[in-house]
Design a protein around this ligand. Sequence first.
Ligand code: KIV
Length: 264
Amino acid sequence: MNKKIKKILSKKNKSKIVSLTAYSKNIAKILDKYVDIVLVGDSMANVLYGHKNTSKISLENIIQHTLSVKMGIEKSLLVVDMPKGTYENKKIAFRNAKLIIKKTKCDAVKLESHKKNYKIIEYLINKKISVMGHIGFTPQYKKKFKVEGQNKKEIYKLLDEALKIEKAGAFSIVIECLSPLAAKTITRNLKIPTIGIGSSLNCDGQILVSDDMLGISGFYPKFVKKYVNLDKIIEKAVKKYTREVQLSKFPKNTNFLNGPKFRK
Ligand code: KIV
């Protein structure tokens, strides 16, 4: 097994797993210093491309962004979302997962749970592809956002789904928008780590969309904490640059490539 995956597994019940998304090198390079897992999420559909849902993201989009992210990664585990429609059956899933891994050299792929596709996960794992699962609010398949696991029946259903994904061989599982009790029940009953998003503290780790926590996406549901208003900081810098160009204050002598000696 990949050393980085072993490290993630060893954190269960010991220390929290930190994860964020990235879609390009410059952000990935910063994240890599601190986080355990960098996910190239298909959330890029909403965040970067302005789509209403994630279904329009293609395999080519994901591969292209992962190539950029990979350039910024040295130590963290690089996981890539398989876009909707790229893992409809075992053969298609294997062909596409293999292509993602071959082209990007990422460590693992993530599949959203749907119907009985834990069988596809099992197939990929038998073919030596590392897989992260994803249950709860799975944007590729569920249109209506709602907190899941609000009663015993729903919790048992989610637990059963998570256990099947674990049995299929996934090394960890994202649990999105689950009630605190559902998150606790699943986290306690699984040997693999749970990575929560909008699912309380009762998870082995947490993930957020970087652009949300940096305050640059314009999308801030209750479960997101904005750690900085990066949009304001960028705006301030762009405003200052604009003024300086308009007033001929930039570039200054020191910014000339050949130095001030060539100035009149
Ligand atoms: O696409 C994504 O960014 C994700 C995370 C929100 C878990 O799947």
